[in-house]
Ligand binder design. Sequence first.
Ligand code: GDD
Ligand code: MG
Length: 377
Amino acid sequence: MQAVILVGGEGTRLRPLTYTRPKSMLPVLNRPFLEHMLAHLRQAGVDEVFLALHYLPDAIRSHFGDGQGWGLRLHYSVEPFPLGTAGPLRLVAERLHSTFIVCNGDIFTDLDIGEAVAFHRRHRAVATIVLTPVEDPSPFGMVETTPEGRVLRFKEKPSREEVTTLWVNAGTYILEPEVLQWVPPNQKYMVEQGLFPDLVRRGEAVYAFRSRSYWLDMGTPRNYLRLHRDLLLGLVSSPLRDEGVVECRPGVWAAADVHVHESATLKGPLLLGPGCVISPHARVIGPTVLGRECRLEEGSQVAEALLWEEVVLHPHARAEGCILGKGVCLQAGATVGKGCVLADGVVVGEGNRLDRGIALAPGTHLPPRSVSLLDGY
Ligand code: GDD
Ligand code: MG
């Protein structure tokens, strides 16, 4: 079966992390997010995938090549300008031969794709949209249906007053190639506001498959952290979860060459990437992931955080509830708190205190003691 994954977006809500990597290449359990998606599709019987790219395409292309290492045939379609969510499908239309799957490139789900395809076939649909229930539909695309599951109406990003159902577009579709005739070529066109409402207007069989599987759009810092928490706590699994790591003590998964000093504290769930060094009296409190070759020096502490590769915490530095990009360095006694996002190469000088969602662009150097937080504001 064929699939198209939409991975061309700029990931604006995940800036500054996405200044240097496309959203779909951000690490999840120390593997690019897209690897998890591809493994899930492959398990469902997909053997050929078109990656629809625009933003930072080489980061994706050079990593996956022809897809052989992932047991898939991969093709790349690079848009000269962003074609939206339907335009990219039209671009590869001639190569799509029968029922195919479309995925937003930022959704983590353990959806049973085979079941959704069977539903699509049973209803002789031309398009099936997978729906998921959410508490607040306003950041998503709300979809109204008949009790039998026939789609009636879409409302993208409804205001709270406009909410009529908690079921939203889950960003996975099963489509027949014939629907692509209704997508205008070479222009930006959306499935959400264009193709799907148009098909409904034409009276075509557009169905909704309601799924209660795990579902998360990882496209915001909060959700990106949440995904790690859920994976580490075992609320959802990934086919890649145990590759290259062993559970060396309950709740602590580590690569083979991790060095943990006997006086250090590890409290799971944790994932420690290859080459990590945890020095005397350092503390790592889960759910936390350390990327490859992170170094926690004496008395430093990491709690409920996500560290990419080569992050260094100097003595008594602290990182809590935050995301630290590749090569970030917290100098002695610096603290980075809840909701902060530090992009690749940021250096936080001694004694700084960052908190409450401060984000720093790639390569920022904060001189020692330049940021503090006032009490009571
Ligand atoms: N190739 C390509 N070209 N991909 C694009 C483009 C583009 O111009 N624009 C966006 N994408 C990709 C993004 O990379 C992402 O994987 C996917 O399309 C969806 O874009 P988002 O920017 O993440 O959209 P959203 O999360 O606000 O809303 C969409 O997803 C929701 C589910 O998470 C909509 O489909 C909603 O209806 C849906 O509920
Ligand atoms: Mg999204």
